[in-house]
Design a protein around this ligand. Structure first.
Ligand code: HEC
Length: 163
């Protein structure tokens, strides 16, 4: 008497559709997680870094890096920070020339600004200049330290020992 057959059939249909939607959502989520490409809007790609790779910019960047990025990306940008292993996907190895060769400064700027899970967005945490300074530092990670007279190479000795 309470279990009205047409109603429960309807409910079951609703439930079935909901389940389908859920499965689709999980599939889409999983597929986009696998997709390694960052979709960067064209207007960002062509942006040029307004700051020169001067020692003062790089030192400023290093300080921010040690506050905000080192726990994941590691002291030298190799993606081996103390928190790195608890993240999926693993933090990118910023010393890999293959990874950085094909990205423009604007793209790196966008990646730092937007973040992508598990990497947080820094748009509201850092000023534009700070993010451009970080672009300089990220670039310097993949440049061989030996290349003649590049002040861009990170100097690990300047880094705080603990934390
Ligand atoms: C919570 C950990 C975490 C923090 C903090 C973090 N990152 Fe990341 N970062 C990642 C992960 C994980 C990826 C790879 C994301 C992916 O491929 O989907 C990544 C990717 C990147 C990339 C893109 C590399 C590429 O071309 O694929 C750049 C550049 C980068 N991070 C710079 C930074 C900078 C600069 C900071 C500090 C301001 C920072 N990250 C802070 C985890 C982190």
């Amino acid at each position: 008497m309470f279990a009205n057959p047409p109603l429960s059939l309807k409910l079951r249909k609703v439930f079935f559709v909901a389940l389908l939607v859920l499965i689709c959502a999980i599939l889409v989520y999983w597929l986009t997680q696998e997709n390694k490409l960052w979709v960067v809007p064209e207007e960002y790609k062509s942006l040029k870094n307004p700051l020169p790779a001067s020692p003062s910019n790089l030192n400023a960047a290093r300080e921010i890096y040690f506050d905000e990025c080192v726990q994941c990306h590691g002291e030298r940008g190799q993606g081996d920070g103390p928190q790195a292993k608890s993240h999926y996907p693993l933090p990118a190895d910023l010393t890999d020339p293959k990874l950085l060769r094909n990205v423009t400064d604007g793209e790196i700027f966008y990646q730092i600004s937007q973040g992508r899970r598990p990497m947080p967005s820094f748009k509201n945490r850092l000023t534009q200049d700070q993010r451009w300074q970080l672009v300089l530092l990220v670039r310097s990670f993949s440049q061989p330290a030996s290349s003649a007279g590049t002040p861009a190479a990170p100097t690990p000795s300047k880094m705080p020992a603990e934390k």
